[in-house]
Every structure is written in C-alpha cells, then in structure tokens.
Ligand binder design. Structure first.
Ligand SMILES: NC(=O)c1ccc[n+]([C@@H]2O[C@H](COP(=O)([O-])OP(=O)(O)OC[C@H]3O[C@@H](n4cnc5c(N)ncnc54)[C@H](OP(=O)(O)O)[C@@H]3O)[C@@H](O)[C@H]2O)c1
Length: 212
C-alpha cells in the first residue's frame, strides 16, 4: 500500500521546527543548525559520520520514496517567489532524486534539475497535492518534507501514515510551530520512542490501520 511519510523532522522541546525570522542568511532563524546537528553527525549526512541509532533512523528518509511535497518556506527564504533565478537551497543536484511538489500561492513552470529532481509548483489543497504526488510516485511512497505548516496541515487533514519526529533537547520559545491546533492528534497512531546517546529522542507515529 502506498503510504504518506514524514522523516527526520526535527523539533525543539517546545515543538518548533524552525526559529525566526527565516531569511537567506538564517534559513532556520534563531535555531541556527541546532535542530539538525544530530543528523549532520551521521553517516547518512557524511562518510565520516556515526553509524548508531541516529543513522539507523536517518537513512529511512529516502527508502521507497517516489515523490516529495514541501512548503514554500522550505523551498526558499521569504521573497524567493519574486526572484526568477531562485532554484532552491540545494544546488543543481538536490538530494531528493524524485519529483518534488512545492506548495505555493506563486505558481511557476516546473524546474528540472540534475539527478532526477524536478520541482513542480502547486497551489492545491493537501488532498489534491497528495493525489498528484502519489500518481507521480507510482507504487512508491510520498514524503511530506516540511516545514511545520505543511506537516501540520497534512496531519490535520488525516493524510499522514507515518511520522518520524526527532525531539532535540533545546527550547526555542518562538518560531514555526508543529502542534498548534492538533489537539489529541496522537489518537489513531501507535506512538513509539527511542532515546539516542546523542541526546535526541526519536518518536514514530504509525497510523494503526496502516501498521504492518
Ligand atoms: N525541522 C525540520 O526538520 C524542518 C524540515 C523542513 C523544513 N524546515 C524549516 O521549516 C521552515 C519552513 O516552515 P514553515 O512552517 O514556515 O513553512 P512551510 O511549511 O515550508 O511552507 C508554508 C508555506 O507554503 C505555502 N503553502 C502551504 N500550503 C499551501 C497550499 N495548500 N497551497 C498553496 N500554498 C501553500 C504558503 O506559502 P506562500 O503563500 O508564500 O506561497 C505557506 O505560507 C524553514 O525554516 C525550513 O528550513 C524544518
């Protein structure tokens, strides 16, 4: 069965997935790199990285994924839509290697990059975007890549089958909130947690009717 998955989505203890303000110089605002230090220390990120618990979770990011959906604020800093030369943060060969659907009010023609990456710009409801991405993914799964607004909207719409969160032991106090309005969202999921020696906690939410 084709599933909709979130991986390596990192939040602070108080539930923020990015700090503020987001800008070209500070994509994660005042959070800096702190939300992703755990991942940057893994072999998934670099050959010199560690091969422990964090890596075991991190590598699942790309496994069996045929398309990604991301939000406009993940694709670029505020104002990118006014810059026709903006091609995302990731250089000419982004790490997705699938079609990527960027949810935005500012649609533009598809952007074909190297390595099988094609960015499509889409103004659509979560359900409509997911139907499009599922078709592009064939029999593979669709990853919801973030940021917080998009993951929150897909959770609220009941469209997420598997959610891997990484709780980083920092308090941000402000930023892009994941949980706002999602009261009791854990109902309907099997929730598991694994503590890592790095200090982060991996949480998985697996929808009960899709758990295998
Ligand atoms: N912690 C993590 O693991 C993680 C992962 C990914 C990203 N991030 C970070 O999270 C931050 C971005 O998160 P965010 O919550 O600010 O924003 P986001 O979820 O990336 O994007 C939200 C924006 O996408 C557009 N959008 C969303 N749904 C739409 C729809 N149905 N139709 C059309 N447009 C739609 C809207 O932008 P417009 O109206 O402007 O078009 C909306 O403001 C960045 O700092 C990013 O680096 C963190």
């Amino acid at each position: 069965m084709q599933r909709t998955r979130v991986h390596n989505f990192s939040i602070s203890l108080d539930g923020f997935a990015a700090g503020e303000p987001q800008s070209f110089e500070t994509p994660f605002g005042h959070a800096g790199q702190r939300l992703h230090q755990w991942m940057m220390a893994t072999r998934f990120w670099s050959e010199q990285g560690s091969d422990g618990v964090d890596n075991a979770f991190a590598v699942r990011h790309s496994d069996g994924i045929g398309a990604e959906i991301m939000g406009a604020n993940k694709f670029g800093p505020p104002g990118w839509a006014d810059d026709p030369s903006w091609r995302g943060w990731w250089g000419e060969n982004p790490p997705f290697h699938t079609p990527v659907y960027v949810l935005t009010q500012h649609e533009r023609p598809p952007l074909e990059m190297e390595g099988g990456n094609v960015f499509h710009f889409l103004k659509a409801s979560p359900a409509e975007a997911l139907a499009t991405a599922k078709q592009a993914a064939g029999e593979l799964d669709v990853r919801i890549g973030g940021g917080a607004t998009v993951v929150r909207d897909f959770l609220a719409a009941g469209l997420i089958d598997h959610l891997h969160l990484v709780v980083v032991p920092i308090v941000l106090g402000r930023g892009a909130r994941l949980w706002y309005g999602l009261e009791e969202v854990q109902e309907g999921f099997d929730v598991e947690s694994v503590g890592s020696p790095s200090g982060v906690t991996h949480l998985t939410f697996t929808r009960r009717d899709t758990a295998s």
